[in-house]
Write a protein of this length. Structure first.
Length: 249
């Protein structure tokens, strides 16, 4: 079975069943949702503290966004001073601060959380929900990420940190194609993985709410690194694991 057929199976399984996942490697969704620390007996390896520091990009200018939103409301013919809209500029500014929080975060900060384990098996986490923003129209696109890596040099990441890495890059103005590549590059770089595969499936609201107006259309992108880029059979095996339902069907 070629890569395209397997990707089609992954997409079909995601839409027609519960979120995909492997029984022995599920994302720690509660920890991820609550922003809590990793609890997998993990530790930072020596010499990685400097690389793991978060980006020092400027923070979000909330008052400036408030002024801009007020101007948008005026431009579309609304009255920003009426009851229902008086607090809208402030609410939008605070929402943007959260939606684009990945601009001031770094994957290195999360992927430093590793532990030693002698492993020759792939780690696959499927069905990681994500929300991002199309940089062309500033409209949402949302879907699921499926990530896999083959550990190297006894270095294994905390599972929730893979989900956090997806979020770091998703919470920015994005293209799905670039988002897929950035996640794969981060896993490749910070885990020194022997191989990496990332598959994203998403529905884009710029296709749903405007333009073509085609709700339900799903875009699938794939990025592979290392062994999984050069070895089609190994890549196919990982893609087959990603398409499995929680029951393994």
């Amino acid at each position: 079975m070629n890569d395209m057929n397997i990707l089609n199976d992954i997409s079909s399984g995601t839409r027609n069943s519960r979120p995909l996942g492997l029984a022995d490697h599920k994302a720690e969704n509660q920890e991820f949702s609550n922003g809590g620390p990793g609890r997998c007996g993990t530790r930072t390896l020596p010499g990685e503290a400097e690389a793991a520091r978060p980006s020092r990009a400027p923070g979000v200018d909330v008052p400036r966004i408030e002024r801009a939103v007020r101007e948008i409301l005026l431009a579309i013919g609304e009255d920003p001073d009426r009851d229902g809209l008086q607090e809208t500029p402030r609410r939008v500014a605070r929402a943007y601060r959260d939606i684009f929080s990945g601009l001031t975060d770094s994957a290195a900060r999360h992927l430093q959380t590793q532990f030693e384990h002698e492993s020759h098996q792939a780690v696959v986490v499927s069905g990681i929900a994500f929300n991002s923003t199309c940089e062309h129209h500033l409209l949402p696109f949302r879907g699921q990420a499926h990530v896999a890596y083959l550990p190297h040099k006894r270095r294994v990441a905390g599972l929730s940190k893979l989900a956090r890495t997806v979020d770091v890059f998703a919470r920015r103005p994005q293209l799905q194609e670039r988002l897929t590549e950035q996640i794969a590059d981060a896993l490749d770089e910070h885990l020194s993985a022997r191989g990496v595969v990332v598959v994203l499936e998403a529905e884009h609201f710029c296709m749903t709410l405007r333009g073509a107006c085609k709700p339900g259309a799903v875009t699938t992108t794939l990025a592979a690194r290392g062994l999984y880029r050069s070895d089609a059979a190994a890549r196919g095996e990982i893609l087959s694991l990603m398409k499995r339902s929680p029951q393994g069907s």
